[in-house]
Write a protein that binds this ligand. Structure first.
Ligand code: FAD
Length: 414
């Protein structure tokens, strides 16, 4: 029953699936326009940082694995050029700074410096999709994330599909004609979780964030899957069923991440509305601001999507925050080991987006987002990543709805 159609409450949040999908219809319309604006599609990422963990030697050279950069002359000077020290106190809001900028100790991820090394990338021109990056390298990264940085919670099962192949739902292409027991089998990690004694909510949240990121990436891959027969990218239902749709936990975690970021946007709403997105093109600047306001107002209308105040709030759990930050930071460094540039771009961007949400919810006092904006001390890249990651999740929700329809047609036809 759960295949492609999750129902009830999203574990770890205060919202149910149906409600989130209804809200996403409105949010997704605004987001899809917002991420195409110059401010939000332009990001600086260091894609050449060496992998500190192992020798990368499984490089994906295919065209889909590479990205097209933007010439630095085409990047608005305002973003590319470091502000002079006299203007440093008020880099984005144009208001006088009342306090010295605090030392940046609250980061949950490496934040590539816009003025340092790195490439300027147009995210719209380099979408997240199937690239063909697979095998030892990709597996090693996920393995390293789950095994070494998820508090021992996460199972990592190589042969993960509890289903056998169906001739019509072939993914990846296999010869045998066997039928899956789609509705009886529960996926392995769901069994694992149901047998696990109670885990602190904070650790469950951490695992959900990672697994949700992984599942959302897989959803994009399956939706923009390269079909060799037609030589084009198109949705692959088998891919979705075998990698995400048949795992209620993975589906849950995509929705979890979406709701988690919605709550971060709510907390940051004044800050996001007042932020200076302009770069000198009056028409586009006005449009960007209007879209941000529309987005924030729509998200603010959702009551209590997620309650962050219940986490890390007592003597048994407060200490976990340092570990969560540390592990997330490690994961952001693992991204440098990704041997496919497009994948690295999206891996780094979304890890930073989630890290910005974590930082906002757990390490930034409310007042910093209400009036003491300069103390929030966020970089442009963090704002871009937050919104872009929300959009990737929003698209994943749309893709899930699409796959649900495809799956229903498949069932009707068989
Ligand atoms: P993988 O997705 O590699 O998963 C490995 C194992 O993890 C599975 O066997 C399973 O046991 C477990 N697992 C899978 N999903 C979950 C989940 N949601 N929660 C918990 N456990 C899970 N490929 C592209 O084509 N395009 C991209 O943009 C892209 N971006 C990537 C970004 C990063 C940072 C990385 C590390 C890889 C990326 N890849 C991308 C590769 C892609 O994620 C897969 O690794 C690849 O398609 C091989 O898939 P797989 O079926 O072996 O399983």
């Amino acid at each position: 029953k759960n295949i492609c159609s999750p129902a009830g409450f999203i574990k770890g949040t205060c919202m149910d699936f149906e409600n989130v999908e209804t809200e996403n219809k409105k949010i997704s319309k605004i987001l899809s326009k917002l991420v195409k604006t110059t401010f939000f599609k332009t990001i600086k990422v260091d894609l050449n940082k060496p992998c500190k963990l192992w020798d990368s030697n499984d490089f994906c050279y295919g065209q889909a694995c590479s990205v097209e950069g933007i010439a630095s002359t085409d990047v608005p000077e305002k973003w590319a050029k470091k502000p002079s020290s006299s203007s440093k106190a008020a880099p984005v809001f144009g208001m006088p700074s009342k306090a010295a900028t605090p030392k940046q100790t609250s980061d949950y991820a490496v934040v590539d410096d816009e003025y340092g090394k790195g490439e300027w990338i147009d995210l719209v021109a380099n979408p997240e999709k199937f690239t063909g990056y697979t095998g030892t390298s990709a597996n090693q990264i996920w393995l390293s994330i789950y095994k070494n940085n998820c508090f021992g919670v996460a199972p990592f099962i190589q042969d993960d599909s509890p289903f056998t192949t169906n001739s019509q739902l072939v993914y990846p292409p296999k010869q045998e004609k066997r039928f899956p027991a789609f509705l009886q089998n529960l996926a392995t990690e769901d069994n694992y979780f149901s047998f696990k004694p109670s885990i602190p909510h904070e650790i469950n949240m951490f695992y959900s964030i990672i697994s949700g990121l992984h599942a959302s990436t897989s959803t994009h891959i399956c939706h923009d899957y390269f079909d060799k027969e037609s030589n084009s990218f198109k949705p692959n239902l088998g891919c979705f069923i075998f990698r995400i749709g048949s795992f209620p936990q993975r589906l849950n975690n995509i929705y979890f991440n979406y709701v988690f970021i919605l709550r971060a946007v709510q907390k940051m709403s004044h800050y996001l509305k007042d932020y200076d997105y302009s770069y000198g093109n009056l028409k586009i600047d006005k449009k960007t601001k209007k879209l941000v306001h529309g987005l924030v107002d729509t998200i603010n209308n959702i009551s209590h999507p997620f309650n962050e105040t219940k986490l890390f709030n007592n003597e048994n759990t407060a200490h976990l925050l340092a570990d969560v930050k540390n592990n997330f930071y490690n994961i952001s460094q693992i991204m440098d080991c990704t041997d496919c540039v497009t994948c690295k771009l999206w891996g780094k961007t979304q890890v930073l987006g989630l890290a910005t949400a974590l930082k906002s919810l757990f390490s930034t006092p409310e007042a910093y987002f209400d009036k003491h904006y300069d103390l929030a001390n966020l970089k442009r890249n963090e704002i871009v990543s937050l919104i872009v990651t929300l959009n990737q999740l929003s698209q994943s929700l749309n893709f899930i709805t699409h796959f649900r329809g495809m799956y229903q047609n498949f069932i009707d036809e068989h």
